[in-house]
Design a protein around this ligand. Structure first.
Ligand code: FAD
Length: 390
């Protein structure tokens, strides 16, 4: 059902070549320096990566979601930071504007985002609201023709680079009849007075990805910067996260695939006791298990992407995509973390050295189990999908 076409495989080869030519030679340095490679973003734009799922009228290729998954997987196979820059740039940056924005908003922001001249971010998480995203404390109050935003966001990807043009921020705009917070999404352009980007975090991994806390102090944006209708923010970010989870799953597949390739090569070449270490079942069996995990993770990811494309064609339901996205994300990210542990073990002491990419993958993998919904949140979504009162 979800076999990839020749076009997908040809496209995969193009992205792989790009990643090996433009990312691989530099990534160790970028990672060491915690350098966000803004210079790479326009090149990714030229290759069409940011515009894959964007309609042609806004500069995109109008391709299927599967193509985006293939691109993220291939970038992630070489480096996870670059993979998340694309994944967040499209899934959290462009997609909410295209899905819920007005014609004017779609004409204003996406063309530059598609071209890689700009980046957009999605600010949902707060110091006191992550998994429990509905507990958002950031407020937006109406003052004439403006929204006035006050609050703070945490850990926002692509939010503070020189290229960042806009951040979609969720904020309380009132109270629902049942007493719960009414949440809306508002576009806050970079440089708006009262919008401050906090300094970069010192992260365990994803050193070459741009992540910041954001502060809003009496930040005034025009009333027409509301994304969609007032009070729709909760529904909007749940939908945004369904797509984002398939993208993170693809990133995890790329990570696990890299570990498989690196571990297999090393086990063939490294000798101990006068023989390649791979002759020992203590080395080759975990690698065999890793190959199975990669295959299973990829299959779940492609199935979720295929369902998403079928949903877009009106043949599948949101519920099916939600469940498949959570399952793929849960399995693939946990498989990726295990894969980095296996690969690092195969590399022995070298695996602990930053000269070897497995060390970087080891540090980078953990966040996959946390971002866009932790493993526990995925289990909650899946259990609810089964009708359990989770
Ligand atoms: C590098 C990085 C990039 C990020 N990028 C973005 C971004 O671009 N935009 C954005 O909005 N956010 C972003 N995030 C935030 C990320 O999505 C959150 O960190 C994540 O959703 C978890 O929220 P939290 O950190 O508040 O953890 P918490 O919600 O405090 O959870 C802490 C622990 O408790 C567990 N837990 C909580 N509630 C339950 C429960 N009911 N049952 C069982 N376990 C539970 C969690 O699973 C977790 O293990 C990013 C984070 C990082 C680190």
């Amino acid at each position: 059902m979800y076999e990839l076409s020749k076009e997908h495989e040809d496209f995969r080869a193009v992205v792989r070549e790009f990643a090996e030519a433009e990312v691989s030679p530099h990534i160790a340095q970028w990672d060491r320096d915690s350098h966000f490679p803004a210079e790479l973003v326009p090149k990714m734009g030229d290759l069409g990566l940011f515009g894959l799922v964007v309609p042609e009228e806004f500069g995109g290729a109008d391709a299927d979601f599967m193509s985006l998954v293939v691109a993220i997987e291939e970038l992630g196979r070489v480096d996870q930071s670059v993979g998340i820059t694309l994944s967040a740039g499209v899934g959290l940056g462009i997609n909410p504007i295209l899905s819920f924005g007005s014609q004017e908003q779609k004409e204003r922001f996406p063309p530059d985002l598609v071209a890689g001249r700009a980046l957009a971010a999605f600010g949902l998480t707060e110091p006191g609201a992550g998994s429990d995203a509905g507990a958002t404390r950031t407020r937006a109050t109406r003052d004439g023709d403006y929204w006035v935003v006050n609050g703070a966001k945490s850990f926002i990807t692509n939010s503070g680079s020189d290229l960042t043009s806009v951040v979609t921020v969720t904020a309380r705009t009132g109270t629902n009849d049942d007493g719960s917070a009414q949440v809306s999404a508002i576009l806050v352009p970079a440089g708006t007075p009262g919008f401050t980007v906090d300094p970069s975090y010192h992260k365990l991994g994803w050193h070459a990805s741009d992540t910041h806390g954001l502060t809003f102090e009496d930040c005034r944006v025009p009333a027409d910067h509301l994304l969609g209708d007032e009070g729709q923010g909760f529904r909007q970010f749940l939908k945004t996260l369904d797509d984002g989870r398939i993208a993170i799953s693809a990133l995890a597949v790329g990570c696990a695939q890299a570990c498989l390739e690196l571990g297999t090569d090393y086990a063939k070449g490294r000798e101990a006791f006068g023989r390649p270490i791979g002759v020992n079942q203590g080395v080759s069996f975990p690698i065999a298990d890793l190959a199975v995990a990669v295959e299973a993770a990829r299959t779940l990811t492609y199935k979720a992407a295929w369902l998403k494309d079928e949903l877009n064609a009106g043949r599948r339901s949101v519920k099916e995509v939600k469940q498949a996205a959570a399952m793929a994300k849960l399995f693939s990210t946990e498989a990726a973390v295990s894969a980095t542990r296996t690969a690092t073990q195969v590399f022995g002491g070298n695996g602990f050295m930053e000269e070897y990419p497995v060390a970087r993958f080891y540090r980078d993998a953990k966040i996959l189990e946390i971002g866009e919904g932790t493993s526990e949140v995925q289990r909650m979504v899946i259990a609810r999908g089964l009708g359990l009162p989770a």
